[in-house]
Design a binder for this molecule. Sequence first.
Ligand code: C2E
Ligand code: CA
Ligand code: CA
Ligand code: CA
Length: 278
Amino acid sequence: SKARGRGVYTIFSPEMSESHKRKILIANSIEAAIEENQFSLYYQPKINLNGEIDSLEALIRWHHPELGPVMPSEFILVAEQAGKITAITQWVLNQASKELAELMSIYSPKIRLAINLSVHDLRHSELFDWIYNAFQAHSVNPENVEFEVTESAYLDNFETSESLFKRLHNLGCTIALDDFGTGYSSLSYLTQITIDTLKIDRQFVMELDTSERSRLVTISIIDLARRLSLKICAEGVETISQWEYLKALGCDTVQGYLFSKPRPLADIKNQPDYQRQA
Ligand code: C2E
Ligand code: CA
Ligand code: CA
Ligand code: CA
């Protein structure tokens, strides 16, 4: 079969595995998905220590015409490998900017929206301009926006990433380090970067009830964040005991199915409050 672009094959051969075929179909459907409005954004609240909604994270969803729902855990990776993540990011930036006004009217003019960026986006020197233009087009106040990036953002090209985050910070946005504790092993970069929040990865939260080691790591991350004057958010909180534990440690915000799954804007409009599971 014939290669076209970065790892995208246009010809199906009988010996290709089903999962490989699915990847190709996904990679080749991305442009049409954008044009035909198949993507949407769901929003998941982050809850502060007073039990109030502090902010919302935008999470992309895709209803594929043939495959049905495809989750970002699958298609974001494929898009990255196919060199197509940036088109998705631009769509997300515009859609989130467009929907922010409605979220502000539902919650508060101060509500903050977190947008995920891919490491691959950071290689584009135009990224700042795309963000800036999306904000301009929809009259977004940058102070309403947080960007979530993973630690690997700094591995690729430290100077480029850091200078982008500094510019976004100067504009009024905040930066959160996503999936903290799962990637890069050195902590020395933490002293050199522009960030506001550490997000403790779901892996640690999941193990809080069962693993003393995960509890110790979580205590250490929260302690580290506090010493560096960073805010701390824990993701994937599913049980009351996890929540109680994180509250006792002074974790600033928590996010997870215990409070709410990510929901579309229409649902949120009908029922803005989160319904904590019993
Ligand atoms: P992430 O940024 O770490 O997002 C957290 C994921 O955990 C989301 O999965 C969310 O729905 C899920 N989650 C939240 N609370 C719980 C919980 O209590 N239990 C469990 N089991 N899961 C929970 P989702 O929406 O499927 O997204 C997966 C990943 O895809 C995200 O991980 C992020 O890396 C990526 N992603 C999602 N939306 C975007 C986007 O707009 N742009 C980019 N670049 N990546 C995105
Ligand atoms: Ca995230
Ligand atoms: Ca995360
Ligand atoms: Ca993740």
